[in-house]
Structures are given as structure tokens and as C-alpha cells.
Design a binder for this molecule. Structure first.
Ligand code: GLN
Length: 304
């Protein structure tokens, strides 16, 4: 199958969905992103690359950073991590507070905001500056030494971060955050505000498709079993309260972010990045979901 022709055709098919969804505006700096953009990039394990549309335009990775922070933390924290954060789908919005009280400050999974704050806190225990560690890792894997957090987005997140602050303080009251809340929040916001392109994101995700080993550097970041675990949590929790719909329509581990990006993994084959800023009511990219649905349906490639 000619994957380049296929993704260009899919792009044409999903462009009419530009009349649906909205750019995230609860982080004011994200609201100024031009809505009608669409990028698609594929990187296969044997080194082939396919891309179309706005695949070279940087966007804010937002919650996609949670997948990488989880992987880097799991690598050093091992099973201990799961005493601090669960691995069950939440069925609630990504920034919800409701489950934390009756689950004694243990967030449901690492991909809702509460869970990512705990993972960042654990990462700080190992790396000191968790954000710098992630950034350094991403620079190496994407091959872009200039990759960086966008200071305008990070400042905007900080200024409007009351809900994340509430989550962090609440979990600290249960002893599930070790470090100062302000520092954990700052590192979390900086990581969410890292800007990268679809092409770079697809490269960075390759180790998840390759059972924990980066095919670019040959380095093992996760055991085979841990790579399975991260992919499993992406499948069940990576798109928040739409994880069921993504599993049903796409059938792949996917992690989304409110910048409109999606990282999808086909274990043993390839890593896929899609980006389009307009979001549905659950905070996932409208065109991104449409494109991934068409891609797995037309290629027959899914984990099922
Ligand atoms: N930085 C965003 C937040 O904390 C990430 C949310 C997301 O991408 N779902 O609200």
C-alpha cells in the first residue's frame, strides 16, 4: 500500500470537518492558534517516513508530554510508581477533581492531570528537574537540539492553572505529592508547553512501537513489558473519557493533548502523529480522530 498517497487522500477526506470543534481557550495563549491546520506524519520502524499537510508546523504537545514523562519515570521508578497512581480509565474529564477524595488522593491513571502531576513529582525525585530531563530526552529522540518549551504558553498555563493547583494541593494533603506544589506545577506546565512538529512527534514515539528500544539510537528506554504497560494505559486512558470511542474506532494506543496533537502507536510497525487544533467536547482533536479512524480502517492496521 502506498502510505504517502493514502495519507494525502485521508487529508482531503477530513478537511470538511474544519466546521466542527473549537480550539482550546481555557489556556488563553492556545486560543490564538490558527484553527484550520492539519498535519499527519508516519515513521516506520525500518526508517520510512511519510508526511503531509502541516506536518512541519510546531504545536503545543500539552498532554502528549504525559506519555513520555510516564515512560521516563517508569524506567527508574518501576512498580513503585503504581502505588502512587492507578491504571484504570477515569470516565471523567481530564481535569476532574471528583474521584480524588474517595480514592484517598491516588489519581485514577497517569494521563488525567492529577495523575500526570503525581508522575511529575515522582520524576522530580529521580531527576531533580523533571522537565529538563524530558526536554533533553525529546531533543535527542527527535534529533532537534532546539526543541523547547514555549514560554508564552507556559506562562499562560501558570496564570490560569488554578484547577491544576487545586488537584496538586489536594493530593499533597494525602501525602501523594512530595515536592513543593509550585515547583511540581511549574515543571508540569513547562513540559505541556513543549512545541514540536508531527514529524518530530512520530520520531519520538518510535520506542513505544519498538517494545521499548529506540530504533534511532538503539537505546533501550523501557523493558518489553513496560512498553506494553505504557501502550495499554494509552489505549485505555490516553484520550480521557473518549478512550472507549478511540479504541472502537481507531484500535490503537493513542495519547492526545489539548493543543490538538495525537500520538498513535502500532507496536512492531510504526508511530503516527496527527495534529489539528480544533477539539471536540472531550478535548481531543476532531480531524485527528477522523484521520486515525480512516487510517486504521483502510490499512487494516490496528492492535486488534
Ligand atoms: N496543560 C494542560 C492542562 O493541564 C493539558 C491538558 C490536556 O492536554 N488535556 O490543563
Amino acid at each position: 500500500m502506498n502510505l504517502q498517497a493514502l495519507i494525502e487522500d485521508i487529508r482531503q477526506q477530513v478537511l470538511p470537518f474544519y466546521d466542527q470543534g473549537q480550539v482550546a481557550d481555557y489556556i488563553p495563549a492556545l486560543a490564538s492558534v490558527a484553527p484550520h491546520q492539519f498535519g499527519f506524519a508516519i515513521h516506520t520502524l525500518d526508517g520510512q517516513q511519510f508526511a503531509c499537510g502541516d506536518a512541519d508546523t510546531p504545536f503545543s504537545m500539552q498532554s502528549i508530554s504525559k506519555a513520555f514523562m510516564l515512560a521516563l519515570t517508569l524506567q527508574v521508578d518501576g512498580e513503585t510508581l503504581w502505588r502512587h497512581v492507578g491504571k484504570e480509565p477515569s470516565g471523567n474529564p481530564f481535569n476532574s477533581l471528583v474521584q480524588l477524595e474517595y480514592e484517598h488522593g491516588i489519581p485514577r491513571n497517569p494521563f488525567i492531570n492529577a495523575g500526570a502531576l503525581v508522575v511529575t513529582d515522582r520524576a522530580m525525585g529521580h531527576f531533580g528537574d523533571a522537565h529538563r530531563h524530558l526536554l533533553h530526552w525529546l531533543r535527542q529522540e527527535t534529533g532537534n537540539p532546539k526543541l523547547d518549551a514555549d514560554p508564552v504558553i507556559a506562562a499562560s498555563e501558570r496564570e490560569h492553572g488554578d484547577r491544576n493547583a487545586a488537584l496538586a494541593h489536594f493530593m499533597k494533603s494525602y501525602g501523594n505529592i512530595d515536592h513543593a506544589v509550585q515547583t511540581v506545577l511549574a515543571q508540569y506546565f513547562d513540559s505541556c508547553s513543549i512545541a514540536l512538529t508531527c514529524r518530530e512527534l512520530a520520531r519520538a514515539g518510535l520506542f513505544l512501537a519498538n517494545h521499548g528500544v529506540s530504533p534511532l539510537t538503539g537505546e533501550r528506554y523501557l523493558s518489553r513489558s513496560q512498553a506494553k504497560q505504557v501502550n495499554a494505559v494509552m489505549l485505555t486512558c490516553g484520550t480521557y473519557d473518549a478512550a472507549g470511542e478511540f479504541a472502537y474506532r481507531v484500535g490503537l494506543p493513542v495519547k492526545s493533548g489539548v493543543g490538538g496533537g495525537l500520538l498513535a502507536v502500532i507496536p512492531g510497525k510504526m508511530s503516527i502523529a496527527v495534529w489539528s487544533p480544533q477539539l471536540d467536547s472531550r478535548g481531543n482533536s476532531v480531524l485527528g480522530l477522523e484521520a486515525l479512524d480512516r487510517f486504521t480502517t483502510r490499512t487494516g492496521l490496528s492492535i486488534f
